[in-house]
Structure formats: C-alpha cells, structure tokens
Design a protein around this ligand. Structure first.
Ligand code: DQA
Length: 154
C-alpha cells in the first residue's frame, strides 16, 4: 500500500536466463542486456515519481523469497518469470499472497511460440499481462502502475 508521501516502490523480478539477454535469440528477446533494460526501467519509474528495484535470479526459491519480502514495502510487482512461467506453482503461490498490482511481462509473444510456452501458472494470479513488445513491455508496465497508484491521470 502507498503510505505517507514516499515515492511508490515497484519490485521488478526477472527469472532464469534473463541475465543472459544480449546473448539469447535476438528475434525473440532483442539485443539489449538486462543491465540496459533495468536502467531504462529505473529511469521510466523515476520520471513518473516512483522507485524501481530490480532483481534477477536463476533460482526458483530465491524468487519466492524475494516475493515474500514484497508483502510489505512495495506498491506493485512487475515479474517476468521466464521459463518458470510455465512450470512454477511455488512462484504462483507466492504471487497469490500479495495484495498489490502484479504485472506479468514477457519480451516475446509466448502464443506465437511452442505450445509449452502457452501455459502460464502466473496469468490468473496476475493483475494484467504484457507480452510481445520486447523491452518496451516493461516500460508499459511501469506506466500502467503509475496510473494504478495515482501518479498519472488515466
Ligand atoms: C520469456 C518467455 C519464456 O517462455 C522463456 O522461457 C523466457 C523468456 C519472455 O520474456 O518472452 O525465458 O518469459
């Protein structure tokens, strides 16, 4: 929840292999590195009067523990669970505990890809999903959160 006058805080979680962006298939994921994308996310949040904290892990349990920390002190979560999207009940259960907006982001349009990527354990516990816009999807999510927490007009 937004408390007092502090800037709204967004937690951005990147799942496995997203630390390898820049080396992964550019036709799905673009050429930017995760560091470059994170810098753009932080800047977009800053312009809108918010703070963005970024976190990446290749480990399911580390992502679950980070989400558990988000039960207080954060106003929204943006998560690209990467391959865990399609496999992780643990991440789904951790997201279900949160009572703040959760935006699921995918760089690629998972529905244009292999059938095993069409299922998301996260989709119905997320507030909304953005997929297929590449790194711009993260900025769209930040802008949507700004509207949700009242930093801009809808
Ligand atoms: C992804 C799509 C997933 O299927 C894949 O495992 C990823 C990235 C995306 O951003 O498009 O690692 O979440």
């Amino acid at each position: 929840m937004t408390t007092g006058r502090r800037a709204p805080r967004i937690l951005i979680i990147h799942g496995p292999n997203l630390n390898m962006l820049g080396r992964r298939d550019a036709s799905w994921y673009g050429r930017s590195t995760l560091e470059e994308i994170n810098a753009e996310i932080r800047q977009a949040a800053h312009v809108l009067g918010m703070e963005a904290e970024t976190f990446q892990s290749n480990h399911e349990g580390a992502i679950v523990e980070k989400l558990q920390q988000a039960v207080s002190g954060y106003d929204a979560v943006i998560i690209n669970p990467a391959a865990y999207t399609h496999t992780s009940i643990a991440i789904r259960d951790a997201l279900e505990i949160l009572d703040i907006p959760v935006i699921e982001v995918h760089l690629s349009n998972i529905y244009k890809r292999e059938a095993f990527r069409h299922w998301s354990f996260v989709a119905d516990v997320a507030t909304a999903r953005i997929a297929g816009f590449g790194k711009a999807g993260y900025i769209m999510a930040v802008e949507a959160i700004a509207k949700m927490v009242g930093r801009t007009q809808s």
